[in-house]
Design a protein around this ligand. Structure first.
Ligand code: ZN
Length: 145
């Protein structure tokens, strides 16, 4: 039997994503303020991992990679994940995230084309790198100015 609430959610969002990282403490320190700005809440924290959850229940889990697998490098231009994109409430929130990154020297991408790196004037986004150089994008939900 299929629950009605699942029918309403079908196709709306991912259930979860799990990402292995090279240094769980560094990743937690990086992600916690960004998730807070993006409206996610920390819903789990344990020795080698943590989870942040959206208001609609989608969650991202980060786990310390096992030492024997840590030698395999990640590169977003190779096979596998290229980037994660998070929608945020409006353009002002995108600007706040960018300011946060500038204050902490978090590497920003495509700065010469901010906030319209994808072209046009409707898609307002900031791009950055996480500590493992995974590309992260925060894009405004609305085109309000
Ligand atoms: Zn994207």
């Amino acid at each position: 039997m299929v629950c009605d609430s699942w029918i309403a959610w079908e196709g709306e969002l991912l259930h979860h994503v799990e990402i292995y990282v090279s240094d769980i403490e560094r990743s937690h320190a990086f992600w916690k303020p960004l998730f807070s700005l993006a409206g996610y809440k920390e819903s789990g924290r344990w020795g080698d991992g943590f989870t942040f959850e959206s208001s609609k229940g989608a969650y991202l889990t980060f786990v310390q990679v096992a030492e024997k697998y840590a030698i395999h490098p990640y590169h977003r231009c190779g096979v596998g994940l290229n980037h994660l994109a998070f929608s945020v409430v409006d353009r002002a929130r995108v600007d706040r995230i960018r300011t946060h990154c500038l204050e902490l020297d978090i590497p920003l991408l495509y700065e010469d084309r901010y906030p319209f790196a994808n072209g046009g004037t409707d898609y307002y986004a900031v791009f950055l790198e996480d500590p493992d150089r995974i590309k992260i994008e925060f894009v405004a939900r609305s085109s309000d100015r």
